[in-house]
Design a protein around this ligand. Structure first.
Ligand code: ASP
Length: 579
């Protein structure tokens, strides 16, 4: 086509130029004998004017028709400073209707009121909206920055298989039946974990891939069944090497995309993180850390606290500064309900009012205990103390969640800040009640802390690993680890999670075998690309950063996948459906 420039690029300096423009009709208005049309392409919109001689040619033109026009750029009398092209308009002397459009089921504008289901069913129309255009383009830019930067740093982009053998990453696999080997299945990769490690065995030294991962999980708002990881693996490295590489990559991305110079990244071991924030992904844009106050109540007469401490429980609190007057009885009852979601039995509170402590437990704790609280917590007038006495873990996580909730609700968060945190030294195992055994907390290829190896079997709950997460503003942005590179050690860890040698061989024989031919020490990360883009685009909805997303029940409303398939296809696969 003869397009001479993009619509959104037209400026006052183009006045008197003859231009040929193409695009979609975003709005039309008639003003007496004049017709005004806003013509849109991805760069923006421009106002076209058709006089009485042209009116007939555009009489049938409706929204979303595709036009090609020729015209002369003029300065506008009534300027519109809300749009980039608001100082000019194009007086058209030729128009070609390239294509017509039915009335669209959703308005193509940023503040569309269409239901999300409608937007997903007609995603190609939704994608015409500027917000989505910007998000998807930003995603592309981030990928370019990542590709270029990692390539400069000596990383090789390597594609790994999509049809592969099931590898345990903790989630359910998507399975693909094999036609040739009836009754056998491929799994779609939950991540390229095994392959990237084999790239290290294969001598590539530094690998990356912008890799699609598939996990058949019940979806939460911020999850998709298929998602993308910036997957990285490096040979001959320790934690610090991986962390500095990721930090420099993040510095680059935030500089190029947001023109922001990031602050240096904080590092906190998991155990300390849980103690201080009650979360392994705390938002460090505000304080309000947890305080353990068990010691103050070691001789308490207050039976509830006494019983909890006798059962090895913990008493923790958070202090909401200068806010006691903001919380009515009713508000505090609501917070009580909130901590119950996290299995806490109760939330107690104290308010500092006129130098004395009042509140739900003020009458049942001693003056001395109050005095100690005031000193330890450095309480000032109008401070509110929120206390959960319970099993240690419950006390921590319920207050951690409350801290997060109040941080948002009380506007304690500096929205312009990017607070990065490395959470390090995760537990190696977690106990799965469902399976009645220990499972790998990260994945079973993660190195055990050398000082904990002896306790692999005797005390698995207290074995820590060389796994780490990077947290940004309260979101887990990536996880990764230094891997096991020793065959015997790998076999031991399989055993510790209850995989017998035979099972391990059947599942990972090829992997264990590879380790017997000289495997370099290695480690890496998988960065959640969508999460990163969501933060950069300032949205909480993962579907805003995926071109063709699925719903929370993992269906594609546009193409109507998943769908039934022909009997013939099933026969070829040797599959008979249950009634
Ligand atoms: N494969 C891991 C994950 O998806 C990331 C890693 O360990 O590199 O969480």
């Amino acid at each position: 086509m003869n397009r001479t420039m993009l619509n959104g690029d037209l400026r006052l300096s183009d006045v008197n130029k003859e231009v040929t423009l193409v695009g979609w009709v975003s709005k039309r208005r008639n003003l007496g004998s004049l017709v005004f049309i806003d013509l849109r392409d991805y760069s923006g919109i421009v106002q076209l004017v058709f006089d009485e001689t042209m009116e007939e040619k555009v009489r049938d033109v409706r929204n979303e028709f595709v036009l090609e026009v020729k015209g002369i750029v003029h300065e506008r009398k009534d300027k519109n400073n809300k749009i980039k092209t608001g100082e000019i308009e194009v007086k058209c002397f030729e128009v070609k209707i390239i294509n017509k459009a039915k009335t669209t089921p959703l308005l193509i504008q940023d503040d569309t009121d269409a239901l999300e289901d409608t937007r997903l069913k007609y995603r190609y129309l939704d994608l015409r909206r500027d917000v989505l255009q910007q998000n998807i383009r930003l995603r592309h830019k981030v990928c370019m920055v990542v590709r270029n930067y990692l390539s400069e740093q000596g990383f090789v982009e390597i594609e790994t298989p999509i049809l592969c053998k099931s590898t345990p990453e903790g989630a359910r696999d998507y399975l693909v039946p094999s036609r040739i080997f009836k009754g056998n299945f491929y799994a779609l990769p939950q991540s390229p974990q095994i392959y990237k490690q084999l790239c290290m065995v294969g001598g590539f030294d530094r690998y990356f891939q912008i890799a699609r991962c598939f996990r058949d999980e019940d979806l939460r708002a911020d999850r998709q069944p298929e998602f993308t990881q910036i997957d990285i693996e490096m040979s001959f490295v320790e934690e610090n090497d991986v962390w500095s590489m990721v930090e420099s990559l993040m510095f680059k991305v935030f500089k190029e995309i947001k023109n922001v110079d990031l602050d240096s990244f904080v590092r906190i071991p998991y155990v300390e993180c849980m103690r201080r924030f009650g979360s392994d992904k705390p938002d460090l844009r505000f304080g309000m850390e947890l305080n353990e106050i068990s010691d103050i109540f070691s001789n308490t007469e207050f039976t509830v606290f006494k019983n909890i401490l006798e059962k090895n429980g913990k008493i923790n609190c958070i202090v909401v500064k200068n806010s006691a007057d903001k919380f009515s009885r009713k508000d505090l009852d609501k917070l009580q309900e909130f901590v119950k979601i996290y299995n806490a039995k109760a939330l107690s509170y104290l308010k500092m009012e006129n130098e004395i402590l009042t509140g739900s437990i003020a009458k049942v704790i001693s003056d001395n205990e109050k005095e100690q609280l005031i000193n330890k917590l450095q309480l000032e007038n109008n401070d509110l103390v929120l206390i959960v006495a319970d099993e240690g873990y419950i006390s921590n996580i319920s207050l951690g969640a409350l801290r997060n909730k109040l941080g948002h609700e009380l506007n304690l968060i500096d929205k312009n800040k990017y607070a990065f945190l490395w959470v390090t030294d995760f537990p190696m195992f977690e106990y799965s009640k469902e399976e009645d055994r220990y499972v790998a907390a990260h994945h079973p290829f993660t190195s055990v802390k050398p000082e904990d190896v002896d306790r692999l079997f005797s005390d698995p709950a207290n074995v820590y690993s060389r796994a780490y997460d990077l947290v940004l503003n309260g979101y887990e942005l990536l996880s990764g680890s230094i891997r096991i590179h020793d065959q015997q050690m790998q076999a031991k860890v399989f055993e510790a999670i209850g995989l017998s040698m035979e099972e391990a061989k059947a599942k990972f024989g090829f992997f264990l075998e590879a380790f017997s031919y000289g495997t370099p020490p290695h480690g890496g990360v998988g960065i959640g690309l969508e999460r990163l883009i969501m933060i950069l685009c300032d949205t909480d909805n993962i579907r805003d950063v995926v071109a063709f997303p699925k719903t929370a029940s993992a269906s594609d409303l546009m193409s109507e996948a998943p769908n039934k398939v022909d009997e013939k296809q099933l026969n070829e696969l040797g599959i008979k459906l249950k009634d």
